[in-house]
Design a protein around this ligand. Structure first.
Ligand code: GDP
Ligand code: GDP
Length: 441
């Protein structure tokens, strides 16, 4: 599981500026989807050799009344679940009472805390730091979030204090080269949609291959099972089989755990509640999933006991509010009665196959040529964009890299046309497809 770092500090110290610098959204995936409400609170940070989930807790706690209770609890939970806390202060302002208050709280959470002094572009490192030693949090990092100064040092310190964030290129990457590995499946959804019921249903019908480790919470959420000759690893965010009673209430629903599960998965099974339709919390989760680029299957649960009219309303509602997940197969199921559950795993398997498909360059290039022959790219400044070839730059999601002349000028509409063309021609189902352009000399 990816380590979690929580960003803490009073308002205006530069948390969101640092957050944006450290997290790189997969813009190519997100840019197109305007209806998507994505707050910048949770993000995946990647920096050279390190990778982690970053949470801006300030963004959560300060939004006041219109923020649901659940979200505020999630902020507190983020600090509890974080592996490390980045405490950001303002070097221009110096130590203010609010900093001391936060420092005092942080000393009691029993987590490693790294003090980071921001807005130091005009200060000497030592000068900026001097005042802040009295917070009693040790040697501070000195940065300028707007200018990017000190970020590399900060990352080095993070890698020292939290070695788990270091990216290890393992055999797993190799194994992802073909689709013969275990399918890592995350079951996610907001509270009470029926995740636990569904997980029990999925596991109960089958032999649970190996699950009897007392282990830590982190280990015990991986549950291997087998179905019709295919091996799955279920990543349980609902805490179905978790043993620890103490943490149960707290962990019943956790966005941090959900994010970690999404990141660790090949395919995400998004569970919705047909009785309630799509609510904001679903959209929030859908946004996190889209940003991850993972393959997706949608399970609309509690389909039982609905009138025909209600069913039609639910189906339309999903199409209307989750258009950016239109690539995902939707199943209407009843986890309680078991109806529709069997077909879910078929779609999961298909999505996995598409997400990790090995597509050779000649095949991609041929499809590109067909697409262009069917429908020419537009003229840009009187010259036509020229595509030469395409190759696969990555998997889960498939990243199709198109090379040629002034390819970056490709308008969004034509990019979408190409994306759909590739999707159809290559029979890619259940996975987002990323198109990237490169201009070669
Ligand atoms: P947050 O409330 O903690 O999330 O703070 P923001 O990221 O919104 O930043 C508050 C203000 O400080 C904005 O006007 C930023 O442009 C500014 N700011 C952030 N980082 C720096 C920095 O490194 N140097 C300077 N001079 N200003 C910064
Ligand atoms: P979780 O919080 O997402 O893990 O949700 P649970 O699995 O605990 O289910 C929440 C509630 O919904 C429980 O009372 C379940 O019995 C009920 N439930 C789950 N699946 C179904 C279903 O398919 N139909 C109906 N009618 N109720 C269901």
């Amino acid at each position: 599981m990816k380590p979690v770092i929580a960003l803490v500090g009073r308002p205006n110290v530069g948390k969101s500026t640092l957050f944006n610098r450290l997290t790189k959204t997969r813009n190519a995936l997100v840019a197109d989807h305007e209806g998507l409400t994505r707050d910048r609170i949770y993000g995946n940070a990647r920096h050279d050799e390190a990778e982690f989930i970053l949470i801006d807790t300030g963004g959560l706690t300060e939004q006041g009344d219109d923020m649901s209770d659940l979200m505020r609890k999630q902020a507190e939970l983020a600090i509890v679940e974080a592996d490390l806390i980045l405490f950001l202060v303002d070097g221009k302002a110096g130590v203010v009472p609010a900093d001391e208050l936060i420092a005092k709280q942080l000393r009691n959470v029993g987590k490693p805390v790294l003090l980071v002094i921001n807005k130091t572009e005009s200060e000497q490192r030592e000068l900026a730091a001097a005042d802040f030693y009295r917070l009693g949090l040790g040697e501070p990092e000195v940065i300028s979030a707007t200018q990017g100064r000190g970020i590399s040092n900060l990352m080095n310190t993070l890698m020292r204090d939290l070695p788990a964030i270091r990216i290890v290129e393992t055999e797993e990457e190799e194994a992802e080269d073909d689709t013969s590995g275990d399918i890592r499946l995350a079951v996610v959804g907001r509270p009470n949609v029926g995740k636990s019921t569904l997980v029990n249903r999925l596991l109960g019908e089958d032999r649970v291959v190996a699950f009897d480790e007392p282990g830590t919470t982190r280990d015990s959420i991986y549950i291997p099972f087998e179905k019709e000759g295919t091996n799955y690893i279920l990543i349980d965010t609902a805490g179905v089989r978790r043993r620890s009673k103490v943490s149960e209430a707290l962990e019943k629903f956790s966005i941090v755990k959900t994010l970690q599960a999404i990141e660790a998965a090949n395919v995400v099974l998004l569970v919705l509640d047909a009785h309630e339709g799509i609510v904001d919390q679903d959209l929030h989760l859908a946004g996190l999933i889209i940003e991850s680029g993972r393959a997706v299957v949608i399970a609309v649960n509690k389909w039982d006991g609905l009138e025909k009219q209600e069913r039609e309303w639910v189906a339309t509602n999903i199409e209307r509010r989750l258009p950016f997940l239109s690539f995902a197969k939707t199943h209407f199921i009843s986890a309680l009665h078991g109806s529709g559950v069997g077909l879910l795993l078929k779609s999961v398997k298909t999505a996995y196959g598409s997400a990790l498909a090995k597509i050779p360059t000649p095949q991609l290039t041929r499809v590109l040529e067909e697409a262009v022959a069917d429908h020419q790219p537009p003229l840009v400044n009187g010259r036509r964009i020229k595509y030469r070839y395409a190759h696969l730059g990555g998997k889960n999601p498939p990243r199709i890299i198109i090379h040629g002349n002034q390819t970056e000028a490709t308008p969004n509409s034509y990019r979408r046309y190409l994306e759909n063309y590739f999707r159809t021609a290559l029979k890619l189902q259940g996975t987002p497809v990323m198109i990237e352009f490169k201009t070669s000399e």
